[in-house]
Design a binder for this molecule. Structure first.
Ligand code: BTN
Length: 331
């Protein structure tokens, strides 16, 4: 049986497709959906309460009007989504401690892959290396995707690169400048971080149970939203696009990129993902510092190995392979 939300998603899709002049009659909606015209009217009212501008034109029908801002909620996301795997279930929250934590709970209770968790804000957004992720409401994207690839735990890191490529491709569609990637997975515009990715893993010794790919994208943040300590190193897509970006359009685009790269990965493995990743990496040949647990390695970046490890040639020694760490670069 269709749920209330399913019906609202269907009504929105029909309104988006529109008939002549973008209009669809109450009778047509009720025939398509198999519900009464009174029920149609109730759903239209619910959609309006969710922020959709729906005009009712007497004896002609309903028309969806474009507002200044796209509504950003479960119904708008589901009705705009063009994917078949990623986002087939959407869990949308106004506020959660962390979408990664919520996705992990869902993963543990058997949630199928492709489900996504999205929050308008996070109260305890998690970053890499125990840091926090600033997550104010109304401006950005905080999302976590559950994946269940049949891979060994040591290859789960591949999905960090895959997520980074998907985010970089999505960001490039909304910016004047081409984004770059900082190893392993920060997405930068003009050297400032617009997105971070936190991959969390549930696995047994020889099998990945599921992966949560947590992605935070600064979309419409203004410097004032950010604490002073990151104002010089963080940026938002809007800083580069010059005007506010629809979170709905960005999110839907991102999920389709994740789906594209995930399908490529399942068919062809890591090499095409890494090749695409290298296309956004511009630190080869530069002097870099990499902070790993207990030490800092400085030297010339020699690119990345076939498994994604960073290669750094130190002044005194051979090339070092670094599996994880925090990198900064200089010209
Ligand atoms: C980083 O340190 O660069 C990684 C940041 C990852 C932030 C995202 S926001 C959505 C998801 N939920 C979290 O708590 N963290 C990730």
């Amino acid at each position: 049986m269709a749920t209330r939300d399913d019906l609202e998603v269907k009504i929105l899709k029909l309104l988006n497709a529109g008939g002549g002049q973008g209009l669809i009659s109450g009778g047509d909606l009720s025939a398509h959906l198999g519900i009464s015209r009174t029920a149609v009217w109730k759903h239209i009212r619910a959609l309006r309460a969710l922020g959709f501008l729906i005009e009712a034109i007497p004896s002609r029908g309903y028309r969806l009007k474009k507002g200044r801002k796209d509504p950003f909620n479960e119904v708008s996301i589901l009705s705009a989504m063009g994917t078949d795997l990623i986002g087939r279930r959407v869990y949308f929250y106004d506020s959660v401690p962390s979408t990664n934590t919520r996705a992990f709970e869902l993963g543990r209770t058997g949630e199928p892959e492709g489900a996504v968790v999205i929050a308008d804000s996070q109260t305890m957004g998690k970053g890499r290396l125990g840091r926090s992720w600033i997550s104010p409401p109304g401006v950005n994207l905080y999302t976590s995707v559950i994946l269940r690839p049949d891979i060994l735990p040591q290859n789960a890191h591949n999905l960090t690169f895959l997520s980074a490529v998907a985010v970089a491709e999505a960001v490039s569609g909304f910016c004047r400048k081409r984004p770059t990637l900082k190893w392993p997975n920060d997405v930068l515009i003009a050297g400032r971080k617009v997105s971070g990715i936190l991959l969390e893993l549930a696995s047994e010794a020889d099998k990945v149970n599921f992966v949560v790919a947590g992605i935070g994208v600064n979309i419409n943040t203004r410097p004032g939203h950010l604490p002073p300590e990151i104002r010089d190193t963080a940026a938002s897509i809007m800083d580069s696009s010059g005007s506010p970006v629809s979170r709905l359009r960005f999110a839907v685009n991102l999920y389709s990129k994740i789906e594209k790269w995930y399908k490529i990965y399942l068919r062809h493995g890591f090499p095409p993902v890494l090749q695409a990743w290298k296309g956004f990496f511009d630190m080869e040949g530069r002097t870099v510092s990499v902070h790993t647990i207990g030490r800092t390695i400085q030297g010339r970046c020699m690119g990345v190995d076939s498994d994604g490890s960073l290669l750094v040639k130190t002044a005194s020694g051979p090339v070092q392979r670094i599996i994880s760490g925090d990198m900064s670069g200089h010209r």
